[in-house]
Design a binder for this molecule. Sequence first.
Ligand SMILES: NC(=O)c1ccc[n+]([C@@H]2O[C@H](COP(=O)([O-])OP(=O)(O)OC[C@H]3O[C@@H](n4cnc5c(N)ncnc54)[C@H](O)[C@@H]3O)[C@@H](O)[C@H]2O)c1
Length: 269
Amino acid sequence: MTRELDGKIAFVTGSGRGLGRMMAQKLAEAGADIVLHDLSWEATAKYGEAANLGEVVETFRQMGVRAMGVTGNIGDKDAVARMKAEIEQELGEVEILVNCAGGDIGAAGGKPNPNNALDISLEDIQTLTNNNLIGTMLVTQAFVPPMVRAGRGSVINIASAAAHLGCSPEVVYSTLKAAVVHYTRCLAKELYEQGVRINAVSPGPTKTARFQATRVVDPAKMDSGARSFNRYAEPEEIGDAVAFLASPRAKFINGQVLRVDGGLTLFPG
Ligand SMILES: NC(=O)c1ccc[n+]([C@@H]2O[C@H](COP(=O)([O-])OP(=O)(O)OC[C@H]3O[C@@H](n4cnc5c(N)ncnc54)[C@H](O)[C@@H]3O)[C@@H](O)[C@H]2O)c1
């Protein structure tokens, strides 16, 4: 049986764990070959989700798709160039790019503290900017030109519900995610006639291992079977949105932001 992403190569940054891994899984279930990525081979183990990136790659191979792993800091241009060369040598040119790596993780490896506008340290501002905005831009600059040459491709940038609301704390993170949303629109404008679609997904708070390890979780919002939409998302609910935007079913959807948050950020426009 032919699946809708058979023969396509998808690169999901930050897919060694958390939401990125689930997005990669959904793309693989649709038939795509997958490039798994993380900061290091061990980063997948930080919240207990896998021993290392190699173990994650193996689970994808067992799904019957081609899969490989690459590691490196997305905010480091040389590392991005090296990863691109490794991918093209082993699998070929990427046709689906999901810029997922990021998060509200500061220089010391946890949430910045303080994390408000007036007190957050310059070091944390720079780390957050590197992880959430510069990295997305560098990976895009490296991987989108071959898509333009081929006249086809799909990029999905992962923003956040926090991009659409005034937030404090998490001020810098929210600001950077808002920038990711606007970058999505500007890039879609730049490539409007080139056959490459650029969209964003803004997840609401989602039950990843990191999410649960780095904050006080509200037990009332944990039940995904609840009737109420005032709950945390399941990673699968975000992964399904990404797989849809990557698919031919979304072939005329371009420059859009899909907010997958149960209605948390309701506003017109
Ligand atoms: N979980 C949520 O509630 C939620 C909500 C909205 C948006 N998001 C966004 O979804 C994405 C994934 O979040 P998650 O909850 O799965 O977190 P996570 O920490 O489990 O996953 C993030 C991944 O990105 C990698 N990463 C971060 N900075 C990197 C860098 N500079 N270079 C290479 N890799 C880097 C991490 O190592 C990790 O694998 C993030 O962009 C986050 O901001 C998450």
